[in-house]
Design a protein around this ligand. Structure first.
Ligand code: CAA
Length: 385
């Protein structure tokens, strides 16, 4: 039985800043941010948005009257959760009108969370073929104003429905993984922003890729020639390239050139949105499917990395007719129709937060799902219609 991704939905906030303007405001050569880091725009979430509202927006794009009642498992991967106890998935139950006979919970392991969720969903559907699983990655990447990580912030969510006979991506059930206690990036419970040992985190990311790629080739007796495309976790678009570059000179030049070309297609959306943390790998997948030359039966290698750290490489195959199940025009239109705000406005939004007793002014809401108020220290969410 084939099991994999049947539907893919993406949401990012409607406001963004221009990375050249950010560089100018920080007195940095813009080429460092646009070429050295590889970013062009950065999503800015509004005060009424968080991991819950963005997860709801993305999931709402893949749920319909037919598949909603077939969902038996709901997993949200996030490192931006709004509650230390209640899972992001619990808030989604009524927002998305999900059936009660589901297991709904949250997974945290930095940017690896959604991959853990996807693999659990694979096993769930393999054991319960008449059921589907909803896996959502939702995060706000926040390092803080004037920090080295600021240029690599971003926000958004990716939702996936996992089912038998999937219409987009068949998972091969081939994977290798590794975990190690590493202090490369972390966010203690007292902090709204992440801490990173930036250069060390880059080194660990590349080391995990190199180790896992060797393991994957040995375990399944494959080489780069067996893959049409390699997709990477993309905290910023230069990062995946640093991993891919380890193959230069190790594989035939034309194969390397093909992989680089496909990588460029996979980063187009991330370049214009920023880091989605656990959703980044899956935004790369969407970007490749929308902007690349993906064909039926193409073999993909996916590298997932979550600081702290867990890494996994797995493989998958593109399903014929996948393009009918991704609304490419809608995604492109939505990205093009966002509003650019000034760096000063971004700084002002960044420093604001809804507090206990506050209510969101409805006139400021430009999305379907929003944080309406915090009452008795409880976050309450609503739909605009
Ligand atoms: N023109 C062109 N390129 C320039 C330039 C210029 N004028 N000036 C500098 N550059 C290049 C540098 O040569 C460098 O390129 P390489 O990385 O290829 O050597 C690049 O721009 C960045 O320059 P620096 O290393 O000097 O930049 P920095 O010290 O400001 O830090 C960073 C960069 C470490 C990525 C920082 O933004 C950061 O800490 N980011 C957050 C951590 C992170 O994203 N880590 C990724 C791995 S961990 C992970 O993946 C999990 C996750 O999602 C967080």
């Amino acid at each position: 039985m084939d099991v994999g991704i049947d539907r893919l939905g993406f949401y990012t906030p409607k406001k963004y800043i221009d990375i050249v303007e950010l560089a100018q405001a920080r007195d940095v050569d813009p080429n460092k941010f646009t070429i050295g880091i590889g970013q062009s725009k950065q999503a800015v979430p509004d005060i009424y948005q968080d991991a819950v509202t963005m997860a709801a927006e993305a999931a709402n794009r893949v749920l319909d009257d037919d598949n909603r009642n077939e969902i038996g498992l709901v997993i949200v991967g996030t490192e931006s959760s709004v509650d230390e106890s209640k899972a992001t998935s619990a808030f989604l139950m009524d927002l998305l009108d999900l059936p009660e006979d589901v297991r709904a919970f949250e997974i945290k392991e930095a940017c690896y969370g959604a991959t853990a969720g996807l693999q659990m969903a694979y096993n769930f559907v393999a054991m319960n073929p008449d059921k589907k699983a909803l896996v959502i990655a939702s995060d706000i990447a926040r390092y803080g104003i004037k920090t080295p990580g600021e240029v690599t912030q971003g926000a958004g969510a990716v939702a996936m429905i996992v089912s038998q006979d999937p219409h987009i991506l068949k998972l091969d059930n081939k994977s290798v993984y590794m975990s190690r206690n590493v202090g490369d990036f972390w966010r203690p419970t007292f902090s709204k922003t992440a801490f990173a040992r930036g250069k060390f985190s880059n080194e660990i990311y590349v080391e995990f890729f190199t180790t896992l790629w060797k393991k994957f080739q040995a375990k399944y007796n494959v080489t780069a020639a067996d893959f049409d495309t390699m997709l990477f976790h993309i905290p910023y678009t230069k990062m995946g390239m640093k991993a891919l570059r380890t193959l230069e000179g190790q594989i035939p030049d034309d194969k390397y050139a093909e992989l680089v070309d496909h990588y460029q297609k996979s980063i187009e959306f991330s370049r214009n949105v920023g880091n989605l943390y656990t959703g980044s790998l899956y935004l790369g997948l969407i970007s490749y499917l929308v902007n690349g030359d993906a064909k039926a039966n193409d073999n993909l290698m996916l590298f997932s990395y979550g600081s702290g750290a867990v890494g996994e490489i797995y493989s998958a195959k593109i399903v014929a007719g996948f393009d009918k199940y991704i609304d490419s025009d809608f995604i492109k239109k939505e990205l093009n129709n966002r509003k650019k705000i000034s760096v000063a406005d971004y700084e002002s939004i960044f420093s604001k937060e809804l507090e206990n007793g506050d209510t969101t002014a409805l006139s400021t809401v430009h999305d379907k799902f929003y944080l309406s108020e915090i009452k008795e220290n409880e976050r309450l969410y609503k739909l605009t219609n």
